[in-house]
Structures are given as structure tokens and as C-alpha cells.
Design a protein around this ligand. Structure first.
Ligand SMILES: [Zn+2]
Length: 409
């Protein structure tokens, strides 16, 4: 049986222990010690990380009453010098203690039970027995949790097999002697994980997202340093937005909505104007005696618009090439907000007369534009990623059209 130091002292960062067993299988060393500071995964809390005799811990396995430390190399016999990644552990302690507090406030003030709990790399979450949880309820929950954090309630751990005097939030999963984690005057839970000494060390608890799962709600929250990092990110984004729209913080959402509406209206107006210009251009180019190949660049249109332009010209016996370059991506707001992907460029080519099969030059042409396309004998189209060689593409088309007509276009 491995003595679990982390259960009596979750702040213990280093310890030495006698190695009681070492086995090697598939290049991995499974090491048992008489005691350990490393807490394996369980109850929603991920496993600890750290080193034994300088070797990084690959994983931790609970085997009956033993904890097996898995290493990539032989730690040697005798003593295991254990060193815990305490930053990671402390984060788990903050998330985990916050969960006890959150779940108890949910039961006490809202009559809602917690169904499951998980600490993820980004956010911690609980699933609650409710189909919906509103914005006002969320604020009330956060305020009450803050009050319990500021009250600096002591967190105590004890073992007992007498449940008669306890007020456990949930019936224990194990029989017999249980380990109870108590937040003074607030909560008692049967739990084997690692916790803080005081609710004050949670620092801050913020619900960051509410998501419907099946008939329940999953509440994502950030506690402790994670909540600070979340605030820092949001502050940075808010400051950036303020610089862009020069409005007070609270006016930003309305301002952004207005800008997006304006953008949509302008886009629609631009499209209308371009369609009208396109029709005029088609009418002008379609007259006999004009250029044999019409080449035209557009901007902000759909492939269907380019196709309309090209088909209208080919019907009057002209060859046509219409394209639009890739739209530059929106500027990214730092940090971590990814830039919107660039909208790809597009090209449509139509043959108005003659018998050349356009598919014959399709592969070469799209290779020049860093894209892919295809079509029929008299119309090809597709996406292009780079239009810096558009002049070469036009020349290639012109040359082939001329060859098929045995004259110049
Ligand atoms: Zn716990």
C-alpha cells in the first residue's frame, strides 16, 4: 500500500521515499514506492506531473492500494527523490476547491445538483441537473461564490466511518471509511483529490460559458490564476476594440453591430453597381469588331457573377476571362484570436467560337494561379490562391486560342 502524502499535505512539493518495486516492460519502468506526493487522475482531476530522480513521470496508475509511477528509464534502487510540478498541481487545487464551493452554492441557493465535473487544459466544467441556466442566475451564482471566497473559509480534510453526523452533499461512492473534505460552515464532500487550505486561495471564480448538453447544462468556469488569465485576455481584446472604434467599453457591441450592418449594406450596393457595369460592359464588348478576348478583373463578387459575365460574352461570340484575386484576411486582434482565413480568388474562362477544348490547358493554367479547376470544352472555372502570374495565364490562353483559330486574337 502506497502512503499518499498528497492526501494529508497537498502543498508538499518534494519528498524522498524508499523504492519498493521496479519492473521493466516495453521500455517503460513501473516503479512502486512506500509513499508518494503524486496524485493520479481521478474524480475529474487530471494526474500530477513531476520527476523521480530527475526522470520525468510519464504516467501514474492506481493499482488497488498502490500507486505505480511510470518512467522512461530505470530510476535505480534505493531512494526515489520526488519533485512535483507544483504550478500544475496548484491550478488543479484551485479548480477543484472552486468546484466544491460552486456545487454547494448551486444546491443551497438554486436547488441544483452537480452531475459531473472535469478539469480540462483550458476550462473547468460541471454538468448541472437543469435544462437552462440564465444570465441573471449566473451573476447571482458568481456573486455568492465571491462572498464565500472572500469569507476565507477554512478547508479541512478528515477520515471517518460514521456518516450519522455528516451533511454530505452527495452520497459517497465507496463503502466504509471515507475521506471528507469540508469547507467550514458550507460544504462536506467525500473526495480523494487535492484541495486548498482556504476558500480565499481560489481568488476568483467566473462562469465563462453555459452550454446545453442533452437535457442538462454544462457550466464552464475559470478559477484562480486561470480566471486572471481570462480577464487579461478579455481586457486586451476590449482595449484593442476601444482603440479601433473610439467608444466607451459598454458602447462597443452596438458600435460593432452598426459597422457590420453598414458593411452588409455597402456590399449589397457595390454588387448592384458592379452588375450594372457588367451589363454595360457586356453590351459594349459584344459588338462586332471589338477585342476577340475580353479580360476583366472584378472584386467582391461571387463565382456566379463572374460566370454570368463570361457566359453573356461567349453567347455573342467573344472569348472571355473574368477573375478576382483572393481577398486579404481580416487583421487579427492579438492575442489568440485567429485571423479569418483569406477568401480564395476565382477565375472563369469561356470560349465564344472555334473548337479548342479548354480542358486541354486547364491544368497548366490553374498551376500558374496556385489553384484547381475544371469544366467543359468551352467553359472552365476554379479557385486560385495566387494571381501574381495572371498575365502569364492570359498569355497562355491567348496563344492557344490563336493557334486554334490560326490567327491573332
Ligand atoms: Zn474534491
Amino acid at each position: 500500500m502506497t502512503e499518499r502524502i498528497y492526501q494529508s499535505d497537498s502543498y508538499c512539493r518534494e519528498a524522498a521515499a524508499r523504492i519498493t518495486g521496479r519492473e521493466c516492460a516495453d521500455g517503460r519502468w513501473r516503479v512502486r514506492c512506500e509513499r508518494t506526493i503524486f496524485c493520479p487522475e481521478g474524480g475529474g482531476q487530471p494526474a500530477d506531473q513531476g520527476t523521480i530522480n530527475g526522470l520525468p513521470l510519464l504516467s501514474l496508475e492506481a493499482e488497488g492500494d498502490d500507486i505505480v509511477h511510470v518512467l522512461g528509464r530505470d530510476p535505480g534502487e534505493g531512494e526515489a527523490r520526488m519533485r512535483l510540478d507544483f504550478e500544475r498541481r496548484y491550478d488543479h487545487m484551485q479548480q477543484h476547491t472552486a468546484q466544491h464551493l460552486l456545487s454547494q452554492v448551486l444546491v443551497r441557493d438554486f436547488g441544483i445538483a452537480t452531475l459531473s465535473f472535469a478539469i480540462g487544459p483550458e476550462h473547468s466544467s460541471i454538468e448541472i441537473d437543469r435544462p437552462a441556466f440564465g444570465a441573471e442566475e449566473t451573476k447571482a451564482l458568481e456573486s455568492e461564490c465571491a462572498r464565500m471566497i472572500f469569507a476565507s473559509l477554512a478547508v479541512r480534510v478528515f477520515e471517518t466511518d460514521d456518516l450519522s453526523n455528516l451533511h454530505l452533499r452527495k452520497a459517497p461512492k465507496v463503502e466504509g471509511r471515507i475521506r471528507v473534505v469540508e469547507i467550514d460552515g458550507l460544504d462536506q464532500s467525500a473526495c480523494g483529490g487535492t484541495h486548498l487550505r482556504s476558500s480565499a486561495e481560489i481568488g476568483l471564480l467566473k462562469i465563462v460559458r453555459c452550454e446545453r448538453v442533452r437535457a442538462n447544462v454544462r457550466l464552464y468556469y475559470a478559477a484562480g490564476l486561470r480566471a486572471l488569465r481570462d480577464y487579461q485576455l478579455k481586457h486586451e481584446v476590449a482595449q484593442h476594440m476601444q482603440r479601433l472604434v473610439t467608444q466607451p467599453l459598454a458602447a462597443i457591441p452596438q458600435q460593432v453591430e452598426n459597422l457590420l450592418k453598414d458593411k452588409d449594406e455597402l456590399r449589397r450596393a457595390l454588387k448592384k453597381a458592379q452588375r450594372r457595369e457588367m451589363e454595360r460592359e457586356v453590351a459594349a464588348a459584344a459588338v462586332p469588331g471589338g477585342p476577340g478576348l475580353v479580360v476583366r478583373e472584378f472584386c467582391g463578387l461571387e463565382p456566379a457573377d463572374l460566370r454570368f459575365f463570361v457566359t453573356a460574352l461567349t453567347k455573342s461570340g467573344k472569348h472571355a476571362l473574368a477573375y478576382q484575386r483572393p481577398q486579404p484576411p481580416l487583421k487579427a486582434i492579438p492575442p489568440r484570436l485567429d485571423a479569418a482565413p483569406a477568401e480564395g480568388g476565382y477565375i472563369v474562362i469561356g470560349r465564344g467560337r472555334g473548337d479548342i477544348d479548354l480542358r486541354r490547358i486547364s491544368a497548366r493554367l490553374f498551376a500558374l494561379l496556385g489553384g484547381k479547376g475544371g469544366g467543359s470544352t468551352n467553359l472552365i472555372e476554379g479557385r486560385g490562391g495566387d494571381f501574381s502570374k495572371i498575365a502569364e495565364a492570359v498569355a497562355l490562353l491567348r496563344e492557344n486560342l490563336a493557334e486554334s483559330e490560326r490567327g491573332t486574337i
